[in-house]
Design a protein around this ligand. Structure first.
Ligand SMILES: [Fe+2]
Ligand SMILES: [Fe+2]
Length: 430
């Protein structure tokens, strides 16, 4: 088998003529990771680059196609996808929870007017030519489908939207349908790969603690895939770059290859090639937009979110929060360490705490996970945790469940560097 395809996800496509300027827009963008007014241009630039590649004619898109389910965004994206199709590409999409919404909005001046939304039931018809028409089986309830994307290679497009209460969930009925499809593929002599919007394996250990960062009961889903011979699943949703292995109790292996949002730092898309039994993964970023521009958008998101979180009621609270934010914003690693009676490495003393924290988050999303145990950053974080041992113990107790004890310092430390040894951006999986 020698097949290749592109993976683009979380395009969060937005029809810019709907309105994305003014005060309301500027305010919203303070806490947003993704570029919005540049979104359409970014998507089109990537589609053009893919269209030029005559070697690869398959594109898969595991969900969050539109910004927030604006009907006009879907219409425009479909027009752009049709152009890509005309350039010879076969496109297979999944829809996800940002693709349907009754009350999406745009930004005009100081206002956020509500605009026409999209119902979940409308999506299979809207995107019929991008997967559903090519499907050899469709599960009408979950909107999952199977398509033979290349000779003897089937794509299991798993839609795990779940319910309003249980997002990102595979129920027993869907498991039965998926198993039937995998068995049928085996009988027909086909290999099966899968895509799903939600990540199957947390992109970093700390994401174990965030409910929406992976599919519900993720170990059960991973074991199901591994034990049924589905070795590769392509996911999105968390907007980060990650390649994570999983071994089931019976010793079967699978990989979750999560790709970042196309329109926000690190803004990557992937090309995957199956060649001589190995899976080659390459990641690209768009040439049309500078990395620095997107990084700046990402970087301002964390302090601004914190600022908005600290926006409490009452004049006293406002004053204290303002003071706290100002202090936090001006504090550097050296001062914090001095307060905790710790000696940090000289090289990081002058870095502002806010920049330090942003950097730690950023390297997880970029999939670079830069800080191994030999680095000054790692050593300093270890010292801080040691000094705050009492607080950490309390936090561990608060976060632990009887069946799932939590060791917060370890989860954070193991998220600072790549513990799997597999490069999250470019790698070969044998
Ligand atoms: Fe998303
Ligand atoms: Fe999502």
């Amino acid at each position: 088998m020698n097949t290749s395809f592109y993976v683009l996800t979380d395009t969060h496509y937005f029809e810019t003529s709907l309105g994305c300027s003014g005060e309301a827009y500027e305010y919203y963008m303070q806490t947003e990771q993704m570029c919005l007014k540049e979104n359409q241009e970014i998507c089109r630039a990537v589609f053009e680059e893919i269209a030029k590649d005559k070697e690869t004619n398959i594109v898969i898109m595991p969900g969050d196609l539109s910004k927030d389910g604006e009907y006009e965004s879907h219409v425009s994206l479909i027009k752009d996808l049709r152009k890509l199709k005309e350039a010879g590409k076969e496109i297979y999409v999944l829809t996800a929870r940002h693709d349907f919404n009754d009350t999406p909005h745009c930004y005009q001046g100081a206002e956020k007017p509500t605009i026409k939304g999209t119902k979940r039931e409308e999506l299979p018809e809207l995107y019929a030519e991008f997967g559903y028409n090519q499907a050899i089986a469709v599960d009408e309830i979950s909107l999952s489908y199977v398509a033979e994307i290349a000779p003897k290679l089937r794509l299991l497009a798993i839609n795990s939207d779940g319910t309003a209460e249980k997002k990102g969930y595979i129920d027993e009925r869907l498991y039965t349908w998926l198993k039937e499809q995998i068995d049928k593929a085996k009988t027909d002599g086909c290999k099966v790969i899968a895509m799903n919007h939600y990540p199957i394996i947390p992109q970093a250990p700390i994401f174990e603690l965030i409910g929406d960062a992976k599919i519900k009961e993720y170990k059960k889903v991973a074991a199901f895939l591994a034990d049924n011979g589905v070795k590769y699943i392509f996911t999105g949703h968390m907007h980060g770059q990650s390649v994570k292995p999983f071994i089931s109790d019976t010793g079967n292996m699978m990989y979750d290859i999560q790709t970042s949002a196309l329109v926000g730092f690190p803004a990557k898309y992937r090309k995957v090639t199956f060649n001589d039994g190995a899976c080659h993964i390459e990641s690209f970023r768009i040439n049309a937009f500078s990395d620095e521009y997107m990084k700046a958008q990402f970087n301002q998101m964390i302090p601004n979110r914190l600022k908005k979180m600290l926006k409490a009621e009452g004049d006293d609270a406002k004053f204290i929060n303002k003071f706290l934010y100002k202090k936090l914003n001006s504090l550097n690693v050296g001062t914090l360490c001095r307060l905790l009676w710790i000696i940090p490495d000289k090289s990081i003393k002058k870095i502002k705490i806010m920049d330090f924290a942003c950097n730690l988050v950023m390297q997880v999303f970029a999939g670079t996970q830069d800080y191994n145990p030999d680095t000054a950053v790692y050593k300093t974080v270890v010292k801080i945790f040691k000094r705050l041992g009492f607080v950490m113990k309390k936090l561990n107790k608060k976060l632990s469940k009887p069946e799932n004890p939590v060791d917060l310092p370890n989860l954070i430390l193991n998220s600072l560097y790549n513990t799997t040894g597999i490069d999250n951006n470019n790698c070969i999986l044998e």
